[in-house]
Design a protein around this ligand. Structure first.
Ligand code: GLC
Length: 638
């Protein structure tokens, strides 16, 4: 691997975050193109009119990130919208490209980093790092693809899930018992809709305790796991970061005894509250604690579980005991008081400050392998290290099996241990578009096994939103329909047009050989599974503004419909391509279209795929489960 195109600059005493896998010698001076203001701890670089800025992985807004303030500070925000600054993940990689020349930067700092990308001053990019113990990498390259390859070689190979994890998964918060899950399997089977995974949300646990199963609602769980497996379904349980405080619960008792939980300044374990009620947070930054927690997954892998999703690992905090006490004390002042308008706002602010309070993230510490570190300084590592704990344990305890693993919170480096889902989105058309925008940025930063909650997590979905979202989800490596408790049920059998859903899911299964090959290529060659058009068609100015068409692998371009009541859309073709309008894997029309603008019809059940000249799109005959797909006999479209 060549590294002479990568320069590393350091400030303060950078943490060994585990983000990079290659040693780069430290250069003197300031990162090329940047000035550094020590007082404000801010790096700045001018932006040319033509500069597009790509990267940052999972964030709000477009593929071109220019024009907004993004803050790396992993946050549980189920109501995120355009003006949100922080989401569940932090990937501090940016690529600046004027169409001819480009460069990348990677800020390896696990605390808060603020990327002002032409927000304050449209012609300037500023990166502020309040705790500047940072490694700052500058990556030069001929093209965006080149810069991405170098960055990915720097951070190491992406996680590869088991092959069946490319199938379709059904999830819902609220499957309360084994029979609820049996019903899901039965209904999908009755309709002949392919399905490989059913996810188990916190409902399966005993009082929301990690690594426990409620024995009344899931009697003989081990048998249930094999029963479902005999029907071709893998059960994928959730694991949460917080460990319930309960006398006699082994994970709690052991964690306390061994000192593996995060502590406050005075040495007491931090008491926070999440789904289980009061919890302690395992200190995943401590390697002994990490090993201990990782080994706990064995309770479930020993009985045949082959996949997990790690949740609430920003970590999300509903409240801490200490802060809640402070709030109650302050509330006394408000009792029997006339509140003027300012007083009223102070009062509501006080109540709103209870969850995910920045002060709370400063109340506890890690034993980062011998060094006491305040949490906020390494905040963005927490989800990464939880997932690392699981990933390392799987290699240790289940070396012969690939285990499915993806997480909600992440930081660069976690991509070697698992994938991500993009957290709690909402059944909004704008969040379908957001999913389209997030995918190439995630691919860029090594999070290739990724996807969103299809249909939307919060809010009530509609049949047409679900169908259009599935039509895009067909191409995302993680393909999971998930929804929140209390929302409209959105398993595909809940809708009217089940035949159309069946055709679409079958199309996904027909595409799995192509999807999996493209995925493996992206992993092995440190390239991108999903790309913006501008990365490939460098000479074509138009492509620099296209944000709703993506290249998937080397052969195809997709152009999803993402607006309600639309039966077609405009598509720009950067070269002559063959359009396939799929209704199912075997029912489609083809048309060769010239370079340029086209309005293309796509009825609600139709998916548009464009095959690039000289390229091929193989299709398999779909099967009910991924491992039944005959990958030898493929129909090849070109
Ligand atoms: C969080 C997760 C969501 C899950 C819920 C209950 O909100 O992001 O996916 O369903 O917790 O566990």
């Amino acid at each position: 691997m060549k590294t002479d195109n990568i320069k590393k600059f350091t400030y303060g005493t950078p943490y060994s975050t585990g983000a990079v896998v290659k040693e780069i010698p430290v250069s003197e001076g300031t990162p090329d193109r940047f000035t550094y203001d020590k007082e404000t701890e801010t790096f700045s670089a001018p932006l040319k009119k033509a500069d597009n800025i790509y990267g940052l992985g999972e964030t709000v807004r477009g593929i071109n990130k220019r024009g907004w303030l993004y803050i790396s500070n992993n946050s549980d925000n189920p109501h995120h919208e355009e003006t949100t600054n922080s989401l569940y993940a932090s990937q501090n990689f940016l690529l600046v490209d004027d169409g001819r020349e480009c460069y990348g930067i990677f800020i390896d700092n696990p605390g808060r980093v603020e990327f002002d990308l032409g927000y304050t001053d449209p012609d300037k990019m500023s990166i502020s790092i309040p705790d500047n113990d940072t490694s700052f990498y500058v990556i030069e390259g001929e093209s965006p693809v080149d810069v991405v390859r170098s960055f990915r070689q720097l951070i190491g190979k992406s996680y590869v899930p088991p092959v069946w994890a490319f199938g379709y998964g059904q999830s819902r918060w609220g499957y309360k018992c084994a029979d609820d899950i049996r019903t899901v399997e039965e209904k999908y089977r009755e309709l002949g809709i392919p399905l490989d995974m059913i996810y188990m949300d916190i409902d399966y646990m005993q009082d929301f305790k990690d690594f426990t199963v409620n024995p009344e609602r899931f009697p003989d769980f081990e048998n249930f796991v094999s029963e479902m497996k005999s029907k071709g379904i893998r059960l994928i349980p959730i694991i949460d970061a917080g460990v319930r405080i309960e006398k006699g619960y082994d994970v709690y008792e052991e964690g306390v005894e061994k000192g593996y939980f995060c502590k406050k300044e005075n040495g007491d374990n931090l008491v926070a509250a999440v789904w289980p009620g009061k919890v302690h947070f395992p200190d995943f930054l401590n390697s002994a604690a990490r090993e201990w927690f990782g080994d706990k997954y064995k309770v479930l892998t020993d009985i045949g579980i082959e996949g997990f999703w790690n949740d609430m690992n920003e970590p999300a905090i509903f409240y801490t005991e200490d802060h809640l006490n402070e709030v109650f004390a302050e509330l006394k002042d408000y009792e029997n008081k006339e509140l003027d308008i300012w007083g009223f706002f102070q009062f509501t602010d006080l109540l709103m400050s209870i969850s995910n309070n920045p002060e709370d993230y400063r109340r506890f510490f890690h034993d980062f392998d011998g060094v006491k570190v305040r949490h906020d300084k390494v905040h963005n590592l927490y989800g990464f290290y939880m997932t690392r704990s699981a990933g390392e344990a799987f290699r240790r305890n289940v070396p012969d099996k690939d285990i499915l693993m993806f997480s909600r919170a992440s930081y660069t480096g976690m991509h070697r241990y698992g994938g991500v889902w993009t957290g709690d989105n909402i059944s909004w058309w704008s969040h379908l578009l957001l999913n389209i925008h997030q995918m190439p940025s995630l691919s860029m930063t090594g999070f290739i096994y990724s996807g969103a909650d299809i249909g939307g997590f919060g809010g009530n979905t509609t049949e047409d939103l679900m169908m259009r979202w599935i039509e895009f989800g067909i191409f995302t490596p993680l393909f999971r329909n998930h929804a929140a408790l209390g929302t409209r049920e959105q398993e595909l059998y809940q809708f009217k047009r089940t035949d159309d859903f069946k055709n679409l899911i079958e199309l996904r299964y027909a595409l799995i050989p192509y999807i999996r090959d493209s995925f493996m290529k992206a992993v092995n060659e440190d390239s991108m599974y999903m790309k913006p058009l501008s990365f490939e068609y460098r000479e074509d100015e138009r492509c620099r503004e296209i944000e709703d068409q993506l290249l998937v692998g080397d052969s195809i371009m997709v152009a999803p419909v993402y607006e309600q009541n639309k039966t077609g859309r405009n598509v720009y073709l950067p070269e002559k391509m063959k359009m396939i309008r799929f209704r199912s894997f075997s029912d489609y029309d083809e048309e060769v279209l010239e370079k340029g603008d086209h309005y293309i019809k796509a009825e609600l059940n139709e998916v548009l795929v464009f095959i690039r000249p000289g390229k091929e799109l193989p299709l398999a005959k779909p099967a009910r489960h991924v491992d039944e797909i005959d990958i030898e006999n493929l129909v090849v479209l070109y």
